[in-house]
Design a protein around this ligand. Structure first.
Ligand code: ZN
Length: 290
């Protein structure tokens, strides 16, 4: 018997930059992890012009991103599904969205395949973004919205055409990017004079995150997962260059000492739990799981 974790993300690569360490850590523990990507990342650009599959990237970026996602999935050892929507891209200047894209489709419609997936996978815990999206992209905001709706509705005795009701027990927001982590990394950078050039950049991150006050309730130890987390992100080669300093520029022994955690914010719980936590499944009865 295992616990099941569902993480709802907007685009392929979001799972590898926000929470991959957590997913790998739970896989190590023998729990089941499923990622759902709401869109295929079709509106993305080739962000790494040195991508080895350059020809594929230029001919068919959405196709390449599916290949990249499959590779990341294999590295993390998780299950993965596409919700099936098309990437909205950033809103146009007048605030409008490309018709037919994920964020342009009413949440009432796009929540349905997510409810269906929850009823099929039957997760005990769901993770997604907070109301800011973590990043102001219309797809991230919409991902948050439909996940909240699905959290409320998947367990109701209704909409039987979407499967047998299943009530998830805890809902979290990803808070892996936070001031405490950035500050801690910045402090430790002082021990690495050759990396001085990274300090200004990290200082800017600290400043940016300083005003983002969130109730971080849950810290997951990801110290045994750095390689898989990094390799999963590298698998998204059209989006992230292998020498991207923000993601790969910090020595892992620095990170291990500074902050080997990913953080979450518990927002809803249908079980009792004591905060702060070190486990997303805390408070869930292992005998009651099915
Ligand atoms: Zn994204």
């Amino acid at each position: 018997m295992t616990f099941r974790l569902l993480a709802v993300h907007a685009h392929p690569d979001d799972e590898s930059s926000k929470g991959a360490g957590t997913y790998a850590a739970y896989e190590d523990r023998g729990e089941e992890v499923m990622i759902v990507s709401c869109t295929g990342g079709e509106a993305g650009d080739v962000l790494n012009t040195a991508v080895p599959a350059r020809a594929h990237a230029e001919r068919d970026l959405p196709g390449l991103r599916r290949v990249e996602m499959a590779e990341a999935q294999g590295i993390l050892g998780i299950e993965h599904r596409w919700l099936g929507y098309r990437d909205s891209g950033m809103a146009r200047e007048d605030g409008s969205l490309e018709p037919g894209t994920f964020a342009a489709i009413p949440a009432e419609v796009s929540v349905r395949p997510l409810i269906r997936l929850i009823r099929e996978f039957r997760p005990h815990v769901i993770v997604t973004y907070d109301e800011t999206g973590g990043y102001p992209h219309p797809d991230h905001i919409r991902t948050h919205e439909i996940t909240l709706l699905a959290w409320e509705r998947a367990g109701r005795d209704a909409e039987h055409e979407l499967g047998e009701p299943w009530e998830p027990l805890k809902l979290y927001y990803d808070q892996t990017m936070n001031e405490e982590r950035s500050r801690s990394m910045l402090d430790r950078l002082k021990d690495y004079p050759e990396l001085e050039h990274l300090a200004d950049r990290m200082q800017a991150v600290v400043e940016r995150l300083r005003t983002k006050h969130r109730n971080r309730t849950t810290k997951i130890d990801i110290s045994g997962t750095f390689d898989r987390r990094d390799n999963a992100l590298r698998a998204h080669a059209s989006q992230v260059a292998p020498d991207n300093e923000f993601f790969f520029g910090y020595p892992r022994d620095l990170e291990l000492v500074a902050y080997p955690y990913e953080d979450y914010e518990l927002v809803e719980a249908r079980v009792d739990t004591r905060l702060p936590e070190t486990d997303l499944f805390a408070g869930i009865d292992p005998e009651g799981k099915n």
